[in-house]
Design a protein around this ligand. Structure first.
Ligand code: C2E
Ligand code: MG
Ligand code: MG
Ligand code: MG
Length: 281
């Protein structure tokens, strides 16, 4: 009896696995076509001074404008893009598009702000990132200090000589580095200095529950203190209400990002946001 149940279980698992594989493969094909057809778009979320709301940066966040399914969030396709290696090409598109948009904003006379893009570990392993970034910056006539690269803590685990060399060369190019979702992964303090990181982005899982949760408060306080002693900036992600913003400001956090200020916006709407917040109060 147990044996037949086991066999059934196995068969079911097998069928399920095939279904998963089929789904992944078809998503992979769709992603490939999406690239060719130009179905990816970037939205930009404001990052502001947590004390006065002044616009400091825009994080470029990719979306897939699917002809039938509509706007698809990155959580639904980035993992498959990474597994298939397609993230290298998608990431290249993101980088170029973000730089092109930054050039347009600067040409339109918006005050200077930083544009940040998310990088996947796969791009470090496969891509010629330094050349890619260097040529995107020069193609659009941008100052490297206007571009920020967001890495996750897991990227820093690739402790290879080639990886360290790449980070060093990116810093030499003049771009900024930040650690995304900070606090959720493995963090080695020595790494932060060795890699000459500029900023820690405190993960939203600590920020959302900050008011009621003394443990999250302790963690966020420690991150901010540590950042200060290492001379790093901090951005809190996922700020949805003003009482949390105020507490973070009191704790000494520098920058904020979240629905309280704005959601990720299409480029046009971002421009309107930038012009609005630029107006004297
Ligand atoms: P992330 O880099 O940590 O980006 C922040 C995410 O938090 C965004 O989700 C943003 O919409 C969301 N968010 C911001 N403020 C709030 C808030 O107040 N409340 C809530 N509930 N959410 C907020 P999004 O755009 O869905 O992106 C999800 C993740 O996908 C990103 O997390 C990033 O890891 C990844 N991603 C996005 N674009 C790219 C890309 O171009 N390349 C790579 N490799 N990954 C990307
Ligand atoms: Mg990010
Ligand atoms: Mg994040
Ligand atoms: Mg995230």
């Amino acid at each position: 009896q147990a044996k037949s149940a086991g066999r059934n279980g196995f068969c079911f698992f097998d069928a399920q696995m095939n279904a998963d594989t089929r789904e992944r493969l078809s998503l992979e094909l769709d992603l490939r076509q999406a690239l060719v057809r130009g179905e990816f778009v970037l939205h930009y979320q404001p990052i502001v001074d947590i004390h006065n709301g002044r616009l400091l940066a825009a994080e470029a966040l990719v979306r897939w404008q699917h002809p039938v399914l509509g706007m698809i969030a990155p959580d639904r396709f980035i993992r498959v893009a990474e597994q298939s290696g397609l993230i290298v090409e998608i990431g290249e598109w993101v980088l170029n598009e973000a730089c092109r948009q930054m050039m347009l904003w600067q040409a339109a006379g918006l005050p200077r702000f930083v544009v940040s893009v998310n990088l996947s570990a796969v791009q470090f392993r496969r891509g010629n990132l330094e050349a890619l970034i260097g040529s995107a910056l020069s193609r659009f006539g941008l100052n490297p200090s206007c571009l920020e690269l967001e890495l996750t803590e897991s990227i820093l685990l690739q402790d290879s000589a080639a990886f360290i060399d790449m980070l060093y060369r990116l810093k030499t190019l003049g771009v900024k580095l930040s650690i995304d979702d900070f606090g959720t992964g493995y963090s080695n303090l020595a790494y932060l200095q060795r890699f000459r990181v500029d900023k820690l982005k405190i993960d939203q899982s600590f920020v959302r529950t900050l008011l009621g949760n003394t443990q999250d408060q302790a963690i966020v306080t420690a991150i901010i203190q540590m950042a200060k002693s290492l001379n790093l900036l901090t951005t809190a992600e996922g700020i949805e209400d003003d009482s949390i913003r105020r507490l973070l400001a009191e704790l000494g956090c520098d920058q904020g990002q979240g629905y309280l200020f704005a959601r990720p916006l299409p480029a046009q709407e971002f421009m309107a946001f930038a012009q609005r917040t630029q107006l004297p109060a």
